[in-house]
Write a protein that binds this ligand. Structure first.
Ligand code: CA
Ligand code: CA
Length: 387
């Protein structure tokens, strides 16, 4: 009896819900303004029952994550200049591994982080940061520095690359460094607020750069697309992060975010020598580049802008049906997106929102060695697990 009443009430409720939009439609005399859909992230139906988001630890603006082969997690604190390490038992080492002399104005700071592929032999860890004036420069300089780490302590900082600022601007300095499957070191860097830099393959700012480590310095990788240039891909305004897509049997490719001005935040699949269209007088043409022979389409873009940040290609993860998909975060909204690629891995067929169970992903996204997807915001490090 009680069940029957509940069923009846539920039926009436459904009738009201179905009827209400019809009534609204019939009264409207003019096209109604588009109402933003209520975004209620829902779990994918086929996710593991124990899908959950775990907080790993409190952290002060953790902007980049990476792991040593022994499973320790390192991260950079953007505003303190400290490189930190979390031991395999989950405890944060009290002392920083190293503290770098950083400028933190605007978009500067201790930004990028990459553990060397030969870490087991060398102990090398690379960081990318904005140095305060000094050491031969009267303006800040963005630089890549390598330290040697052992038992949680850094030593022997070596300046591998300097990219001096040519103006006193504070913007488009980021952002990250990663070693590729080819052993080369890649740097994503903004155009220093000078759009022409993005179209000049002989300048480091404004693109993805590819270096070969040669002793204590970085040199253009020998098979780069432009002679004597570090440029791998260009036409980027303010790329925050990228990851390597190794799911294609034919090649690997880069997938990265770029921040548009007040239009055209982008996710780009970046190929050798690709030009992604940021330039002086940019006409907001991500949807239809005016010169498609030169400028490559993004695989996804959004207006209004949300400021996409960290990226991770899901691989060997705890949620197998996500393998091969691309996860990226949004600074302005704290949302995490999940981009689904087609079989050729050249197009995005759909972008979904990930249920972060009330947490925000504003900065980094990175696959951990345990098959968990890690992400960060201004106050903590989290991971998505399914086991
Ligand atoms: Ca573009
Ligand atoms: Ca990342």
């Amino acid at each position: 009896m009680r069940t029957g009443l509940l069923t009846l009430l539920a039926g009436i409720l459904i009738l009201i819900m179905v009827a209400a939009p019809l009534a609204q439609t019939t009264i409207a005399q003019e096209p109604t303004a588009t109402i933003a859909p209520t975004v209620t992230p829902t779990l994918d139906p086929d996710l593991p029952a124990n899908y959950r988001v775990e907080k790993v630890l409190d952290a002060a603006f953790p902007i980049a994550l990476d792991w040593t082969p022994d499973g320790r997690m390192f991260y950079t604190e953007r505003y303190s200049g400290r490189l930190r390490v979390v031991n395999t038992d989950g405890t944060l080492q009290a002392d920083p591994v190293w503290t770098f002399p950083i400028s933190t104005e605007g978009e500067r700071g201790l930004l990028g982080l990459a553990v060397s592929p030969d870490y087991d032999e060398t102990g090398y860890i690379y960081v990318y940061y904005t140095r305060v004036p000094g050491g031969g420069y009267n303006v800040p300089v963005n630089r890549i520095v390598r330290i040697t780490e052992s038992d949680g302590a850094g030593a022997d900082p070596i300046v591998m690359l300097d990219v001096p600022l040519t103006t006193d601007n504070l913007w488009h300095q980021g952002g990250n460094i990663h070693f590729g499957p080819d052993g080369m070191l890649y740097l994503a860097i903004g155009e220093y607020y000078i759009p022409a830099n993005a179209q000049n393959v002989d300048t480091i700012p404004g693109g993805i750069n590819r270096f070969e480590v040669q002793g204590d310095t970085l040199a253009p990788a020998p098979d780069n697309p432009f002679p004597n240039s570090t440029t791998f891909a260009y036409g980027l305004r303010n790329p925050f992060d990228f990851d390597f897509d190794t799911f294609s049997s034919e090649r690997f490719q880069l997938i990265g975010t770029d921040n548009g001005p007040d239009c055209d935040d982008e996710l780009n699949i970046m190929v050798v020598g690709g030009n992604y269209g940021w330039r002086p007088g940019y006409p907001c043409d991500a949807a239809n580049p005016q010169n498609p022979n030169d400028y490559l389409y993004p695989v996804w873009y959004t207006n209004p802008t949300e400021a996409p940040t960290g990226v991770a290609v899901y691989k060997d993860g705890q949620i197998p049906q996500w393998n091969g998909q691309v996860f990226f975060c949004m600074w302005l909204t704290g949302k995490m997106r999940r981009a689904i690629l087609d079989e050729t891995r050249t197009q995005v067929t759909g972008v979904r929102e990930v249920d972060l169970q009330g947490n925000a992903c504003q900065i980094e996204a990175e696959m951990g060695p345990n098959g968990a997807l890690y992400f960060t915001n201004q106050t903590g490090i989290y991971r998505i697990v399914g086991q």
